[in-house]
Design a protein around this ligand. Sequence first.
Ligand SMILES: NC(=O)c1ccc[n+]([C@@H]2O[C@H](COP(=O)([O-])OP(=O)(O)OC[C@H]3O[C@@H](n4cnc5c(N)ncnc54)[C@H](OP(=O)(O)O)[C@@H]3O)[C@@H](O)[C@H]2O)c1
Length: 311
Amino acid sequence: MTTVKLSSGKEIPIMGLGTINQPDKIGEVIKDAIEIGYRHFDCAGGYLNEKAIGDALQELIKNGKIKREEIWITSKLWNIYHDPKDVIEICKKSIKDLQCEYLDLYLMHWPLAWFKNEKEDLAPMEEDNKTIKTVDIPLIETWKAMESLVDQGLVKSIGVSNFTEKHIEEIFDQAKIKPAMNQIENHPYLAQNELVSYCKSKGINITAYSPLGTAHLKRPEDPVLLKDPVILQMAQDLNVSPAQIVLKWNMIRGVIVIPRSSSKNHLLDNFNALNLKLSDEQFKAISDLDKHFRFIRPLDLWGIDVFDEKK
Ligand SMILES: NC(=O)c1ccc[n+]([C@@H]2O[C@H](COP(=O)([O-])OP(=O)(O)OC[C@H]3O[C@@H](n4cnc5c(N)ncnc54)[C@H](OP(=O)(O)O)[C@@H]3O)[C@@H](O)[C@H]2O)c1
């Protein structure tokens, strides 16, 4: 599998598996994915399924199908754990649940610090039950705690997710360890060329989430990327699936992709995008589809304007 070298010196497989999935389904998906050839798993404490993923990976390791060092495991720090005193403990919980000894990559999931209540609600609400209860913890404080995870050998590389240029600038100069990754929503309808170039200029690699444009939080009125006429025509001409085309487009840009699927056929279909070739004209035709359309909109979800959506 093609890999991308990060500023930490580690090499991440250019295609990984997105794991937002039911805990009772994800185990089988992981086993199918390993059989097909996936070696990179994009996890998060907030997906509430890391124990099931860990169980499946352990079974595969015990049966001699894979070795820990042959796979790449990413996890993420959820918004209620930004307080530096919580960072090590919650990272250790992910490692324990995933049963993986260390994480290859740990990301700050969002540039958002939320209140941690007694029940550790993942989306803590204010009294009005409408707005998320936030806390004032500067991103750099949380980042410094993440740096200590590397120092302690719990994590090999650290990075961020859903960060804009402004958020990166809040931490970059003071960071002892520079972020190796920014995981962002990225597909032909949301190319984010400026942010991608900015990150590359800082030595930060990009992972595309929702790379098929079929985000789990999609609304009925949202456009359907995999049914775009340009993509459909190209898929027909090349005798491949629309999913393969949009995944390959990002990989040509040097962007890592983490499509999610619970179907073995789709897992295989997506994996085969690695072998697809697109001409310069085809690449450009896909790039021209950019309409700055975001499927995951924190303003709608939480009433917080992370991406200047109001503009
Ligand atoms: N950092 C963040 O804030 C963040 C946010 C969102 C997502 N993520 C990560 O990114 C991963 C992927 O994003 P996502 O889950 O939003 O969306 P996605 O991967 O773009 O789309 C997943 C959807 O596409 C379908 N699909 C998969 N392969 C297909 C194919 N070959 N043809 C047609 N349909 C196909 C899947 O259905 P089937 O199951 O039927 O195949 C599923 O409904 C997540 O699992 C997660 O790991 C991160």
